[in-house]
Design a protein around this ligand. Structure first.
Ligand SMILES: *Cc1c(COP(=O)(O)O)cnc(C)c1O
Length: 499
């Protein structure tokens, strides 16, 4: 074969000129521009509408264009992106956002996240990025200490609580089925496999059902148990179910803080009970596990350390940017068996922690840097303060909103959330009227742009949910939100859609 002589590099070749130019000047230009845009956005959080003002048609009109045939200058692309998305960004980075379960981001975590993207490490193997691997080792150690979990537990930094459930439940399948002599990794959940049941209360989050589906267990394996008046699972209810399904492997999913009322299951009673029947206990503590970091709330998690696996989030209460979740397993062997993979082209060292042995992803970002920065910055007292502050602002919001004429406090939890509703004060009104009026109020508050809450149906009643997860929320934000709701209630039935 004849070797083709390489063409000499012509420095006047426009492609080379372009590339040289990009290396030399594009990074400073676009990164400085991004920094300016970011700072402007952050400053605007106090004054701009929390609710996105741009409609979907607006955004489609601005963003949709034919795929360009040719390159566009990087700075121009960035400027256009800013202009096209303006008004389409939800203000959840600020302190006036109280909907769903969405956190903000600490400045130090955001900065570390920028560096993570700059370094662009592939955190699959320690060999690809030793710093990413060791940072995650430390995150695992710190998180276990902070959340009161056994120091021997294995862990994985994943994209969110959904994937933390998936990781933990994969480990549960491995561990439980091994006891029945079934190799879950080799034979999966074929029809001859022992049928796994998942026992959980109706308060569980839908991400449990999705993990169960993703893992091939099928949602029919979930046995829903009735929660008690306080939203938590009673030992006698669990015991009856454990007895009924004692002929096969069982996973019990318990709740550390549910979305509506922040209910905690009584772990110190339920976990030993489940273990008597040989079940694997998994705890969903997406935000609620963080109560363990606060001395005044820690009692809610008494006994939780006895579980077999735990799932939580960094992007909710720790205020690190999306996406960041944490999975922990008491049985590291089952965890590792369910994830690990070996191939000739992958390198491993005996003293390294390769993330691919614990994580469901292959290539992934260096997710540990932002978590490490947040924990280093806050320390134990800083996290405790963050948790306590959010709880106290949530309770203050609930009490003050509940005291407004025409409002009713439905549930004030001991953590960072609760429910209120609004009463239709015309004569002879029914539950349906109150439900409609509550939804009207939720929209009207969002309309003002001053604060943002979301709704939920709880025990048949439409409610407005109050959730505080942002480090930025302060007393002024609480007063501003209450005042905005107060003004709407004063207008009362004069409102167009309230009549
Ligand atoms: C948010 C949430 C989840 C899902 O977590 P993601 O991080 O969105 O995947 C699961 N359980 C509870 C209780 C939650 O609040």
């Amino acid at each position: 074969m004849e070797l083709k002589e390489q063409e000499p590099r012509d420095p006047r070749d426009p492609r080379i000129m372009n590339q040289e130019k990009m290396k030399g000047s594009t990074f400073p230009t676009v990164l400085r521009s991004a920094l300016e845009h970011a700072l402007q956005f952050l400053e605007g959080l106090e004054t701009n509408s929390v609710r996105p003002m741009a409609s979907l048609p607006d955004l489609r009109r601005r963003l949709t264009k034919p795929l360009p045939d040719n390159p566009t200058d990087a700075k121009q692309v960035l400027d256009e992106l800013m202009a096209s998305t303006e008004g389409g960004i939800m203000g959840n980075a600020g302190g006036l956002f109280f909907a769903w379960a969405i956190g903000g981001t600490l400045p130090v975590a955001l900065a570390a996240d920028w560096l993570t993207s700059t370094w662009n490490q592939n955190a699959a193997l320690s060999d690809c990025s030793p710093a990413a691997a060791v940072t995650e080792e430390v995150c695992g150690m710190w998180l276990k200490e902070l959340l009161g979990l056994p120091s021997s537990a294995s862990f994985a930094l994943v994209s969110g609580c959904q994937m933390a459930h998936t990781t933990c439940l994969a480990a549960a399948c491995n561990g439980l089925l091994a006891r029945y002599g079934w190799d879950h990794e080799l034979d999966g959940l074929a029809s001859a496999a022992p049928r796994i049941r998942v026992l959980s209360s109706g308060q569980r989050h839908g991400s449990i059902d999705r993990s169960v589906r993703l893992l091939g267990m099928g949602s029919r394996c979930v046995v829903e148990l009735a929660a008690g008046e306080n939203g938590s699972l009673a030992p006698v209810t669990l015991n009856e179910a454990l007895a009924e399904y004692s002929d096969g492997p069982v996973i019990v999913v318990l709740q550390a803080g549910d979305l509506n009322i922040g209910a905690y299951d009584p772990f110190s009673e339920l976990i030993p009970l489940a273990h008597l029947w040989g079940a694997w206990v998994h705890i969903d503590g997406a935000f609620g596990l963080w109560a363990a970091a606060s001395p005044t709330h820690r009692h809610l998690l008494a006994g939780a350390e006895q579980a077999d696996s735990w799932a939580t989030d960094g992007h909710k209460w720790l205020n690190v940017p999306y996406d960041s979740g944490y999975a922990f397993a008491a049985h590291s062997e089952a965890h590792r068996n369910s994830m690990s993979y070996r191939a000739s082209y992958l390198t491993h060292h005996a003293d390294a922690r390769d993330q691919i042995d614990w994580n469901p992803e292959w290539s992934r970002r260096g997710r540990g840097f932002a978590t490490y920065a947040a924990l280093h910055h806050l320390g134990k007292t800083g996290v405790a303060d963050l948790i306590q502050r959010c709880c106290s602002h949530a309770q203050s919001l609930l009490v003050q909103i509940g005291a407004l004429p025409g409002a009713e406090l439905v549930w004030k939890s001991s953590v960072n959330r609760g429910l209120v509703r609004f009463l239709d004060r015309r004569a002879d009104t029914t539950l349906a009227d109150h439900n409609r009026w509550t939804d009207t109020l939720i929209s009207a508050v969002a309309e003002t742009g001053e604060a943002f809450f979301s709704g939920t149906t709880w025990r048949g009643q439409r409610c407005m949910r109050v959730s505080v997860l942002n480090w930025q929320t302060d007393e002024d934000d609480v007063s501003r939100a209450v005042a905005a709701i107060g003004r709407i209630l004063e207008q009362g039935h004069a409102m167009p859609d309230g009549t």
